[in-house]
Design a protein around this ligand. Structure first.
Ligand SMILES: Cc1cc2nc3c(=O)[nH]c(=O)nc-3n(C[C@H](O)[C@H](O)[C@H](O)COP(=O)(O)O)c2cc1C
Length: 322
């Protein structure tokens, strides 16, 4: 279970940083792997509204947002956006990140592609401001709602605090730690107890990626799917991406991993190999199933479609058996 925290304040060790850190600590206690992006440190260009993503699905800028942060958003099960109120909204630094999610909005609404994590991913926001006005969080609530929709996550709640101004104010708040514990537990409850399944093949460029994507899409509430390869390729197979797009599923921003990397933070209950010539290693204590799926590397589009359909059927059968 991956929880991605977006820290919107430029103030080091300020109130937002405290609130998000406590939230992520709770998430870790509940078994999550946490990652954090500090908006003020990200070297990304603001959106220029050029419309490239609306036509192609890709941002005009090939910077860290395109190379690292879209993949991180896609991989996350939970996205927690945290920001102080600056003029009734998020900070400019976080807003740059949010605006760049327009490329993911375009893939969803213009290209009509479905992110395999979209049915299970949840979004949560944390915010605080110095004043006590009734409307203090109205602006950020709307921004958060549309951001979470763009990154295909269900907007699942928020924690907001008024009269938090100077460094240390958040820490002194009488209920903050209880609030965080309660909300983190509620947010993560659908993800705990899922069966952890490793899908493995040789290159992690086609078969195991397809299997993990179908498992996540069809049964993300029951299965935590990871995938890896015994000899990972440099990038996923573009023919695989194409045939999955034919099913409406968006495989962009995925990259092959080794089996070791795939299970570094997730101890699988089951490992499923695709029946490669080169046998995947046994993982001690893990039940292993072997599917018989031919290797589509270098084969035709038609062949890849058959592989996709075979894997989809196998995943459906697996889900029914679970
Ligand atoms: C540029 C700027 C704009 C701000 N705008 C607001 C505002 O509109 N309403 C409010 O209640 N507080 C506002 N504040 C106060 C911050 O939200 C508050 O100090 C907060 O605790 C800072 O959080 P941090 O320590 O995480 O940076 C503003 C602060 C700055 C620096």
């Amino acid at each position: 279970m991956i929880v991605l925290g977006l820290q919107g304040s430029p103030r080091e060790n300020g109130n937002t940083n405290f609130l998000l850190s406590e939230f992520l600590k709770e998430a870790e206690k509940l078994g999550a792997e946490t990652r954090i992006l500090k908006a003020a440190k990200l070297k990304i260009s603001p959106c220029i509204g050029c419309g490239t993503c609306e036509k192609t699905g890709f941002c005009f800028f090939n910077d860290a947002m395109s190379k690292e942060f879209y993949p991180m958003l896609r991989e996350a099960d939970i996205i927690v956006a945290a920001t102080p109120i600056f003029f009734y909204n998020t900070t400019a630094q976080l807003k740059i990140f949010i605006d760049r999610s327009q490329a993911l909005w375009s893939r969803k609404y213009r290209l009509k592609l479905v992110d395999p994590g979209s049915k299970t991913r949840r979004g949560f926001f944390l915010s605080l401001g110095a004043t006590k006005g009734k409307n203090l969080f109205e602006g950020i609530s709307l921004t958060a709602k549309y951001f979470f929709d763009a990154v295909s996550s269900d907007f699942s709640g928020s924690l907001t605090y008024r009269r938090i101004e100077n460094k240390g104010d958040m820490k002194k708040h009488p209920t903050v730690l209880d609030d965080v514990k309660k909300e983190a537990g509620r947010l993560m409850s659908p993800f705990t107890g899922r069966k952890k399944i490793l899908f493995a093949c040789t290159q992690n460029a086609c078969r195991s990626q397809i299997a993990a994507a179908f498992a996540r899409y069809i049964a993300g509430d029951k299965i935590e799917a990871v995938s890896g390869g015994s000899k990972p390729a440099e990038k996923v197979n573009p023919v695989m991406v194409k045939v999955m797009q034919e099913k409406g599923l968006d495989m962009e921003y995925l990259s092959p991993k080794s089996i070791d990397t795939a299970i570094e933070k997730v101890s699988p209950d089951i490992s499923i190999t695709m029946g490669c010539e080169q046998k995947c290693p046994n993982i001690s204590g893990v039940k292993k199933y072997e599917w018989d799926i031919p290797d589509p590397a270098g084969e035709s589009l038609h062949f890849m479609r058959n592989i996709r359909d075979m894997i989809e059927k196998s995943v459906l059968k697996l889900v029914n058996e679970l």
